[in-house]
Design a protein around this ligand. Structure first.
Ligand code: DAH
Length: 329
C-alpha cells in the first residue's frame, strides 16, 4: 500500500504541474480527491493492512492528500493570475490595427524638388532669401526706380514703410552678389506675392525659381544652352524652347522664353520664363566690375511648371488643401 500511495502522489503531482487550464485542475481534483477518486480507493485498502501498521499508513495517506491539495491550490492560483493579466492588458493582438492615412509631398513641393535636381545636375547651388523684403532689394537694386512704369508689373503688398512682401525671387540675386564674388551659379526657389485677384491663372501667392550665373565671358549662348537643357530634362528630350525679345529692367538684352508642348500631335507654345543678360546697373548696385563680369539670369513660375507637368487647369487648386485634389499626386 505504501508503494501504491507513493505512485499515486507522484503521478498526480506531475499531472497538476502539466495543467494549463482551470478545468484541467478541477478534473484532476475530482479524479483523485472526489468521492470515487483514486485516493479514496487507496484508503479502502487500509482495512487489509496489519493493525500495527495502520497508523503509519493512515499518516502517509494524509500526507499524500495534503501534498496534492497544496499542489492543486498553487497551480490554480498561477493559472488564474496569468488569465487576469492577459485581460488586464486590454490588448487583443488579433484585432486589426487602426489605419492612419499617410500624407505625402504637395505637387508644388515635388515640382520644386525636381527643378532643384535638374539645376543641381547643371552645377547650380541653391540659395534662399527673405519673403518679407526691403523695397530696395525688390526694386531699386534691380534697376526698377520708384517712378519707372515697370514698377507696376512688380507691384506688391506693403507691410509698412519700405518693407514689402517680395513680388519675385530676383531680390535674392542682389543678396547673393552682395555676399560673394564671382563665379556664381545659383538657383533660388521660393514663395512670392502679388496683389492679383485670384482666377484660374493668378494667385496672390505663388512660387518662382530664380537663376543667376556670373563670371568672366558668360554669354547669351550659355543662357540658351542651360535653359534648353533644363527644359528637356523637365519635359522630355523633344522639348523645344523659343526666345522672344522682351523687357526687364534688370536684364539687357531680355527675353521671354516659351516651351513647346504637343496637344494631339499639334505643337503649341507656353510662356514659362523671363530671362536675360544681367544689366550693368545691377552689377553696379552690388559693386561688381561690369567691364570684367557678365552674367545671365532667369525667373520661372514653379506653379506654372507643375500645372503643365500634371495637366492642372486652375492654379487655385494648389492652395485650397482639398485632399481629393492632393491625393491624386
Ligand atoms: N522677376 C521676373 C518676374 O517675376 C522674372 C525674371 C525675368 C527673372 C528676367 C529674371 C530675369 O531673373 O532675368 O516676372
Amino acid at each position: 500500500m505504501q508503494d501504491a500511495l507513493a505512485r499515486l502522489r507522484d503521478e498526480t503531482l506531475a499531472q497538476i504541474e502539466a495543467a494549463i487550464r482551470l478545468d484541467e485542475i478541477e478534473a484532476a481534483r475530482v479524479a483523485v480527491l472526489g468521492r470515487k477518486g483514486s485516493l479514496k480507493q487507496a484508503m479502502r485498502q487500509l482495512k487489509d493492512v496489519a493493525p500495527d501498521e495502520r497508523p503509519a499508513m493512515g499518516q502517509l495517506a494524509n500526507e499524500v492528500k495534503t501534498a496534492i491539495v497544496e499542489a492543486l491550490d498553487a497551480r490554480r492560483k498561477l493559472i488564474e493570475r496569468a488569465e487576469t493579466q492577459a485581460t488586464d492588458a486590454a490588448f487583443d493582438i488579433t484585432l486589426p490595427g487602426i489605419h492612419r492615412p499617410l500624407g505625402h509631398e504637395h505637387p508644388l513641393r515635388r515640382t520644386e524638388a525636381e527643378l532643384r535636381e535638374v539645376f543641381a545636375r547643371l552645377g547650380f547651388e541653391v540659395a534662399e532669401g527673405p519673403e518679407v523684403e526691403l523695397e530696395y532689394y525688390n526694386f531699386e537694386a534691380l534697376n526698377i526706380p520708384a517712378d519707372h512704369p515697370a514698377r507696376d508689373g512688380f507691384d506688391t503688398f506693403y507691410i509698412e514703410g519700405d518693407v514689402v512682401l517680395r513680388s519675385h525671387t530676383s531680390p535674392v540675386q542682389i543678396r547673393v552678389m552682395e555676399q560673394r564674388q564671382p563665379p556664381i551659379r545659383v538657383v533660388v526657389p521660393g514663395r512670392v506675392y502679388r496683389p492679383d485677384t485670384p482666377d484660374a491663372t493668378h494667385s496672390p501667392v505663388f512660387h518662382q525659381i530664380e537663376g543667376l550665373v556670373v563670371g568672366e565671358g558668360v554669354t547669351f549662348a550659355d543662357l540658351k544652352a542651360v535653359l534648353t537643357m533644363a527644359m528637356r530634362e523637365l519635359f522630355g528630350p523633344d522639348t523645344a524652347t523659343r526666345f522672344r525679345p522682351s523687357f526687364f529692367p534688370f536684364t539687357e538684352p531680355s527675353a521671354e522664353v516659351d516651351v513647346s508642348y504637343a496637344v494631339n500631335g499639334e505643337k503649341r507654345w507656353l510662356e514659362l520664363l523671363g530671362a536675360g543678360m544681367v544689366h550693368p546697373k545691377v552689377f553696379e548696385a552690388v559693386g561688381y566690375d561690369a567691364e570684367r563680369y557678365t552674367g545671365f539670369a532667369f525667373g520661372m513660375g514653379i506653379d506654372r511648371v507643375a500645372m503643365l507637368k500634371y495637366g492642372i487647369p486652375d492654379i487655385r487648386l494648389f492652395f485650397e488643401n482639398d485632399v481629393r485634389f492632393l491625393e491624386q499626386f
